[in-house]
Write a protein that binds this ligand. Structure first.
Ligand code: FAD
Length: 372
């Protein structure tokens, strides 16, 4: 039995954007909340492979300080390897995930959350009405569990939840290339991020990118995992494009990291007081791979489902409340995008048509209004 100090209303496993935001809302709602992460959360803490692009609305919503932004963006440049280029205007920011995630975790702590970092969950067991979570350092108990521990979610694996289909996983490789701000401004522009497409000659289902930060270019590549033959060689093909070669010629590699992006939902998002939030549930845009805002909102909705269930005394309906609020906000759109994605990546013609529409419309408009 966990001591009363180790007994919580809600345990949130994983302090990424989904977990930290869920924990913040949980503590603000009066729940005794534990936030657990296997890594050290901090600007000098764990590195997370990520483009780090977020919409300006999110910067404003959470009051993200401008001095923590690595670059303000005004356009998304879409390059097809056949030579067509498209430019999508819109304000955004590129952030370092260690800085951004720490900011959200600090918000959670300020709201009263207890943080335990460098403590990986190694086991989870149902014990009557509560779950016991075991780490190397201790045992903690709670009635509700938020599984926000990323795409490979050890929590859901231990609970034997079904995993993603292989066609719903993108294998990515990220390299951080250190250079100078002046050179980035010259080769990539001072306020643009760049995406590269090409089914036949670059990536069958996916894309590659150059995301400039202050003095670093984040170089990324991602392909549907069951279509990858040799990821390093395929990544090299991208680096050998003349535009990319030129952009990277004055830089030094500081990081190399593979990571998965889920682009389809897990077969279930709730069971028996456990909620899958963010990447652990596959709550990601299947076309762009954007996941930060969806992780945060799903974290919020999981806590709101608990509150509603308790208030209305409908504890058997928590999963329905969660699913319904996700559906209303964006899940229906994400599901439609998952289907559309197969059509977009069917041929270079379809892809180019999508890119030309994306210049002018939001991807959700293209899909929901059937513009493609
Ligand atoms: C290469 C790449 C580029 C991307 N670019 C963008 C982008 O530009 N914009 C965007 O919006 N999204 C992007 N994404 C997606 C985005 O990174 C994710 O959707 C987002 O991080 C999901 O947040 P999360 O909180 O669900 O999970 P995560 O951020 O993955 O957090 C999971 C947390 O769980 C912790 N954890 C794992 N196991 C345990 C354990 N056993 N015990 C305790 N803690 C544990 C981890 O340490 C981690 O902190 C990108 C993803 C990749 C891979």
């Amino acid at each position: 039995m966990a001591s009363s100090n180790n007994f919580f209303d809600i345990i949130v496993v994983g302090a990424g954007p989904g977990g930290s935001f869920a924990a913040k809302i949980s503590a603000e709602s009066g729940y005794k909340t534990l936030l657990l992460d296997k890594e050290l959360i901090g600007e000098k803490g764990r590195y997370k492979a990520c483009g780090g692009a977020i919409a300006w609305e999110l910067v404003e919503e959470i009051d993200y300080p401008e001095d923590k932004i690595a670059r303000v963006i005004e356009s998304l440049e879409l390059h097809h390897v056949d030579g067509e280029n498209y430019s999508k205007k819109g304000k955004g920011a590129v952030i370092w995930r260690s800085t951004f995630d720490k900011f959200l975790t600090d918000m959670a702590i300020d709201s009263g959350v207890k943080l335990k970092e460098q403590e990986a969950l190694i086991d989870i067991k149902k014990n009557g009405d509560t779950y016991d979570i075991i780490t190397k350092k201790g045992k903690y108990s709670a009635k509700y569990i938020i599984a926000s521990d990323g795409v490979t979610s050890p929590t859901l694996k231990l609970l034997k939840w079904p995993y993603f289909r292989s066609e719903d996983l993108i294998l990515t490789i990220t390299k951080e290339m250190k250079t100078t701000k002046t050179y980035i401004d010259e080769v990539l522009g001072s306020d643009s991020v760049h995406l590269f497409f090409g089914i036949k000659d670059l990536i069958p289902v996916g894309y590659a990118w150059l995301f400039p930060k202050t003095e670093t270019i984040t170089v990324g590549w991602g392909n549907q995992i069951n279509l990858v033959k040799n990821s390093r060689e395929e990544f090299k093909k991208f680096e050998n494009l003349s535009y990319v070669k030129n952009a990277l010629k004055n830089s030094n590699q500081t990081i190399f990291k593979p990571h998965l992006i889920p682009v389809g939902l897990r077969p279930k998002l709730y069971e028996d007081n456990v909620f899958a939030v963010g990447d652990s549930g596959g709550i990601v845009d299947p076309i762009s791979g954007k996941g930060i805002p969806y992780a945060m909102i799903s974290g919020q909705f999981a806590i709101e489902a608990i509150k509603t269930g308790e208030k209305r005394d409908k504890m058997d309906k928590l999963g329905t409340f969660y699913q319904k609020s996700l559906d209303r906000k964006f899940l229906k759109i994400l599901k439609a995008k998952r289907e559309a994605r197969d059509r977009i990546f069917q041929s270079d013609d379809n892809l180019k048509k999508f890119l030309s529409l994306w210049e002018k419309y939001r991807s959700s408009q293209i899909i929901m209004q059937k513009l493609l």
